[in-house]
Design a protein around this ligand. Structure first.
Ligand code: FPP
Ligand code: MG
Length: 290
């Protein structure tokens, strides 16, 4: 896993040029958040699903990096004062604390553009084929737009200071967190030119994993050590947010995570190395403490 993360990070940083032009500030801001040390779960999922379907790690990397760029943009914007107003992320001051709100907003925008540039550039097309690139652009655009991640964020903001029932929470989390995790799994399949059946299985795995991931996120907001987590804890309560934990309590949530993890594991077939890694990943995410 460590070696894989190193490979992903080298590729990720290679997409942001080291230049000293007038707009240097926005590149610095993009690099600051890209290199702040996330777990890289999304590109890891892309790599494993690509390998599961007969593709190579190399073929998965541009798509995986694009996902990490989108994920990073979403965190930079999520921390802004107009959203969750958080000054700490991944153990460091949030992007807007260092670079200012204006630059943080623009760096997020530029990360989103860069993701689509990487998905469709000539090197990526040579590696996975034009059709795969078009499918990837279409899939990612849908997953992160108003019916996906952005929609989930809108619901999240709408329900600050207002109680949400479990149906609303589930819809919100499917979109806010699940959609990008789904895109990560789908893009792995697409990079390997897999068929629709494989993509459907990947989406089922992702749906269960994505929800488990969000429930763990809610649990950690209550139980985790701030230093280890790299962001402030207790923020859901502070923002009067309904979460799985506020509805069910920590113990019930832990049971829900186990159920969802079993469900995800049941969606991966075969005994290949990548199949085993996907099952192990689901288990380790259920037990994560950051
Ligand atoms: C933590 O990921 C992030 C989530 C659980 C997703 C939260 C969703 C948003 C912030 C959506 C925001 C959307 C917009 C449009 C602003 P992680 O634990 O993988 O983080 P890491 O990369 O730091 O490890
Ligand atoms: Mg938020």
């Amino acid at each position: 896993m460590e070696k894989l993360i190193k490979t992903i990070e080298e590729k990720l940083y290679s997409y942001v040029p080291n230049i000293d032009t007038l707009e240097k500030k926005v590149f610095d801001s993009m690099k600051y958040s890209l290199s702040a040390g996330g777990k890289r779960i999304r590109p890891i999922l892309t790599a494993y699903f690509c390998e599961l379907n007969g593709g190579t790690l190399e073929q998965s990397l541009p798509f995986g990096c694009a996902l990490e760029m989108i994920h990073t943009y979403s965190l930079v914007h999520d921390d802004l004062p107009c959203m969750d107003n958080d000054d700490l992320r991944r153990g460091k001051p949030s992007n807007h604390i260092v670079f200012g709100e204006d630059t943080a907003l623009l760096a997020g925008d530029a990360l989103q553009s860069l993701a689509f540039e990487v998905l469709s550039d000539s090197k990526t097309r040579d590696l996975v084929g034009d059709t795969a690139c078009i499918k990837a652009v279409n899939c990612l655009a849908k997953r992160i737009g108003a019916v996906g991640m952005v929609g989930g964020q809108v619901i999240d903001l709408e329900y600050e200071n207002k109680s949400a029932d479990v149906t609303i929470l589930r819809t919100m989390d499917d979109k806010k967190t699940g959609a990008l995790i789904s895109a990560a799994c789908e893009l792995g399949c697409i990079a390997a030119n897999a068929d629709d059946k494989a993509i459907n299985d990947a989406v089922r795995y992702a749906k269960a994993l994505g929800l488990a991931f969000q429930v763990v996120d809610d649990i950690l907001d209550i139980t985790a050590d701030e230093k280890e987590l790299g962001k402030h804890t207790g923020s859901d309560k502070e923002n009067n947010k309904s979460t799985y934990v506020s509805l069910y309590g920590v113990e019930e949530c832990k049971k829900l995570v186990s159920q969802l993890t079993e469900e995800a594991i049941g969606c991966v077939y075969g005994e290949s190395e990548s199949a085993q890694k996907l099952r192990e990943l689901a288990l380790s995410l259920a037990q994560r403490n950051k």
